[in-house]
Design a protein around this ligand. Structure first.
Ligand code: G3I
Length: 322
């Protein structure tokens, strides 16, 4: 049977992909699905390209964890969304505990982007250049970047990314909670408009799409939030789709989850400039959800026994009909 990647391409998307974490690469059953082009024609490293692993000491670069994901995905012919250059989380201690001036931190940022972009030259369909910079109320997150550099750290990151990534790499701003028109998604639209006026490079906005059964945005809401950005000429993608359930799971909740998955994917398929969907892992035992939200889980398309769940078939059916 055709996999989700095959079906997504037929439905007009560039890809259907998954995040992959390093901790599970020794599981052959897992890797046989993750690096199967027919199922997933795109991969995002869930952790391996983040700052704490890539630059563990200042100006000392170690690409081991990134390569563990990137290399097999290149062998499989998959696209990659590379993740990420700048975030407030998973920073190395030398950086987060440093006492930086604005000039020094900007040069640390430029040096990091320069090295990582150069190392992965030509390997990334897209880079998440800046991840999760906004609060839900539309203000900027108070983190080391804002406090040391000021709000212009975001445009510096995008300019560095354009300068050092290979030509054609799509540069994304990526965030959660922006799958409805709300203070946060509108603040990001304002930023994109401002970038457009001033020539700051940006190609796309990633809607993470970490959803919860019973509280997820509707198809119409996801369409409307994407149009904040597609209306300005940018592309969009659902970059981290998962749909968590309050445990214990049961057939009703699993059915509701299947609907949320299918409707979310449909909201990308129907949006001309939405290029693809990435699930934030496909296998329940490696999902980030239970660690962060105790009592919640079963958010993925495959259960712990590697059996495809109703959500898988709902997505496949929707893609087949699209
Ligand atoms: O590196 C250590 C390893 O040495 C140790 O053996 C292992 C034992 O638990 O922990 C490892 O670190 C964990 C890391 O993932 C790598 O597996 C951290 O404890 C854990 O907190 C970290 O979680 C990641 C999380 O980002 C950090 O905030 C998740 O796997 C990852 O899926 C998640 O991804 C984020 C996206 O980047 C941005 N959007 C939200 C999304 C979900 O939180």
């Amino acid at each position: 049977a055709p996999g989700l990647g095959d079906l997504a391409k037929k439905a007009g998307l560039k890809y259907f992909g998954t995040a992959v974490d390093n901790v599970v690469l020794d599981n052959e059953k897992y890797t046989s699905i993750a690096f199967n082009y027919s199922e997933f024609n795109q991969i995002t490293p869930a952790n391996g390209q983040k700052w704490m692993y890539i630059e563990p000491s200042r100006n000392v670069f170690n690409y081991t964890l990134g390569d563990q994901i990137v290399d097999p995905s290149k062998d499989a012919g998959q696209l990659r969304r590379c993740h990420n250059f700048l975030w407030h989380n998973q920073l190395p201690d030398w950086l987060s505990h440093g006492n930086w001036t604005k000039t020094a931190l900007l040069s640390v940022l430029e040096n990091h982007i320069k090295h990582e972009a150069d190392y992965y030259w030509g390997d990334c369909y897209a880079w998440d250049v800046v991840n999760e910079a906004f609060n839900d109320d539309g203000t900027l997150r108070q983190d080391i970047w804002l406090q040391t550099i000021g709000p212009e750290y975001i445009e510096h990151a995008f300019r560095f990314a354009r300068k050092y990534t290979s030509p054609g790499t799509k540069l994304y701003y990526n965030d959660y909670g922006i799958e409805r028109v709300n203070n946060k998604s509108v603040a990001i639209q304002q930023m994109v408009k401002d970038f457009g006026k001033r020539g700051v490079p940006i190609d796309g906005v990633g809607l993470q799409a970490h959803f919860t059964v019973g509280r997820s945005p509707s198809y119409t809401e996801i369409r409307a939030s994407q149009q904040l950005y597609t209306g300005l000429g940018l592309e969009t993608a659902l970059t981290e789709l998962d749909v968590r359930i309050e445990l214990p799971d049961n057939a009703n909740k699993t059915a509701a989850q299947a609907t949320v998955y299918a409707e979310s994917v449909r909201a990308c398929v129907d949006e001309k400039r939405c290029v693809g969907v990435t699930v934030w892992d496909f296998w329940d035992p490696v999902s980030w959800v239970p660690d962060t939200f105790p009592g919640w889980g079963d958010a993925c398309l495959w259960d712990e026994g590697f059996v495809r769940k109703p959500a898988y078939y709902a997505v496949a059916d929707m893609l087949r009909k699209a």
